[in-house]
Design a protein. Structure first.
Length: 218
């Protein structure tokens, strides 16, 4: 009489199940890590796109609108002539029409300035109806708008390039030499205006250098 070995039933052993479970865990870990990296990359790319879009919008507004400023003069309340364009290291004031997107005629005074202190600083624009002879009016005109265009910022600096009337002299062609200065109160407009914007929690934006359109058309 002969005895035959019992046949082994098909299936997985405990060792095989453990190995499969470990491999499945590793695959899930890799998949989760890949999804997390992809989501982080998407969010970082979207954040960079938003920052780039904001920079493009702000710089386009400044380039187009400051470039269209009017070379006008004003009379102060003492009856003295003074330039309508005034620039300092922290602010810029000029006269121009409203942007095309806004309704309304006439000229307005625009003031681009830094407001606030420390981490609460922001770059703002104030729009006020322009009066060439304010001494004929009893009250100062009220601003029609005062908006923040970059918020928050570490620092914003303005600089102005052009002949300053000092000992700089002329170049070989007899044209007065120019230089960059931190303030401008001359009746003649500066040749170029430079704006350096350093937003909070971002890299500083590239310097924005522009020329008034009235100079570009000469």
């Amino acid at each position: 009489m002969s005895f035959s070995k019992p046949k082994r039933e098909a299936g997985f052993t405990l060792i095989e199940m453990l190995i499969a479970t470990v491999l499945l865990g590793i695959m899930m870990l890799l998949l989760t890590g890949s999804l997390r990296i992809g989501a982080d990359s998407w969010e970082a790319g979207e954040e960079r796109l938003n920052k780039a879009s904001r920079m493009f919008i702000v710089e386009s507004f400044l380039r187009r609108h400051i470039g269209s400023l009017m070379p006008v003069s004003a009379v102060n309340r003492a009856g003295e002539m003074e330039p309508a364009f005034r620039g300092t290291g922290a602010s810029l004031s000029y006269v121009a029409p409203l942007p095309d997107q806004l309704e309304g005629g006439g000229l307005y005074r625009f003031k681009v300035y830094v407001s606030g202190q420390d981490e609460a600083k922001e770059l703002r624009v104030t729009i006020t109806p322009y009066r060439s002879a304010p001494e004929t009016h009893k009250t100062e005109p009220e601003p029609i708008d005062d908006i923040a265009i970059v918020d928050p910022v570490r620092e914003v600096r303005f600089a102005y390039y052009g002949p300053t009337g000092d000992e700089s002299g002329n170049d070989q062609a007899g044209v007065p030499k120019g230089k960059w200065v931190e303030s401008w109160e001359d009746y003649q407009l500066p040749t170029m205006i430079r704006i350096d914007i350093d937003p909070m929690a971002e890299e500083p934006w590239p310097s924005l250098v522009l020329a008034p359109r009235t100079l570009m058309l000469r």
